[in-house]
Design a protein around this ligand. Structure first.
Ligand code: PAF
Length: 295
């Protein structure tokens, strides 16, 4: 596996691959790899001839009081894990090369960046969109793989790619979980023993909502109430938001009529966790009212 720090070296490497007709996938990361990252890397390897994993803790996506300085880092361990997973190149640029003095060009995906995580993290998605755009310009991948845990991020990036005509296929990868349902995240390492016990509350709440929908309860207020009640029954939890709405527009809905996104952000102690699921009403439940009219 090649470890590349310089932007020009990265460009040359990709050019060589492209000249040979090889396809390239990128997995953008901030490092401190866990099984979720490895799963993204394997998915990339199964689709493309060459896999680039970028490792860059992007200062632009952290707010002033967020965890940039304490974000977990272990380069040696990450490099070993990526190599063992078959990654061809680990791209780990310096912040001074990505954001040189005088840098002033930002990408803002207007509507999709607001609401959900954008409410408590107003500049976050501007930082994400800008770094992902830069990575796409430097690496020129045919495809990019993103985890579905950061659902809003995925939609922001999809919109950016569409709006800016970027020739990159965006592939969403399913959420990888611990045996008790906790979605894998580098930030899970912040949790102490007691907080870790409360952390599966998010997954359990999503399951409660899924069951309600399968049983035909399509009332948004009732589902949100049940989700909140479950999370609040755990120690050390504080809800940031519970969102139920359209998965593409990310606008909230009053009633579930088709596939809907249920997304959560919850503080567990000092750690903010996110998770989500797509609620799929059964066709007979979704149409029940209309059908009864026909009879
Ligand atoms: O999901 C992440 O780890 C980051 O937001 C990303 C996409 C690597 C951009 O820094």
């Amino acid at each position: 596996m090649k470890i590349i720090k310089s932007i020009s070296h990265m460009r040359k490497q990709v050019l060589m691959w492209k000249k040979k007709g090889l396809s390239v996938a990128i997995v953008p990361t901030m490092g401190f790899f866990h099984k979720g990252h490895l799963s993204l890397m394997r998915a990339a390897g199964s689709r493309a001839d060459r896999v680039v994993v970028s490792l860059f803790v992007n200062p632009a996506q952290f707010g002033p009081n967020e965890d940039l300085n304490r974000y977990p880092r272990d380069f040696e361990r990450d490099a070993k894990m990526a190599e063992a997973t078959g990654v061809n190149c680990l791209f780990c640029p310096d912040a001074k090369d990505i954001y040189p003095p005088g840098f002033q060009t930002w990408i803002r995906v207007e509507e999709l960046s607001q609401g959900l995580c954008g409410t408590s993290r107003p500049e976050h998605f501007c930082g994400v969109a800008t770094i992902v755009a830069k990575l796409f310009i430097i690496v020129q991948p045919n495809m990019a793989i993103f985890g579905q845990k950061d659902f809003q991020q995925l939609q922001v990036i999809r919109r950016m790619v569409k709006d800016l005509n970027m020739p990159v296929r965006i592939i969403a990868h399913h959420i990888v979980r611990e045996p008790d349902g906790l979605a894998l995240s580098s930030r899970n390492t912040y949790l102490n023993v007691k907080e870790r016990e409360s952390a599966p509350a998010l997954f359990q709440a999503l399951k409660i909502a899924e069951k309600m929908v399968v049983r035909g309860n399509l009332s948004v207020p009732e589902i949100i109430r049940a989700v909140k009640r479950h999370i609040q029954s755990f120690n050390n939890t504080k809800i940031d938001y519970v969102f139920l709405g359209h998965p593409e527009s990310l606008r909230p809905c009053q009633k579930i009529v088709g596939e809907s996104l249920l997304a959560l952000a919850v503080w567990v102690g000092k750690t903010r966790l996110i998770d989500n699921t797509l609620l799929k009403p059964q066709v007979n439940h979704a149409n029940r009212k209309d059908k009864s009219k026909d009879l």
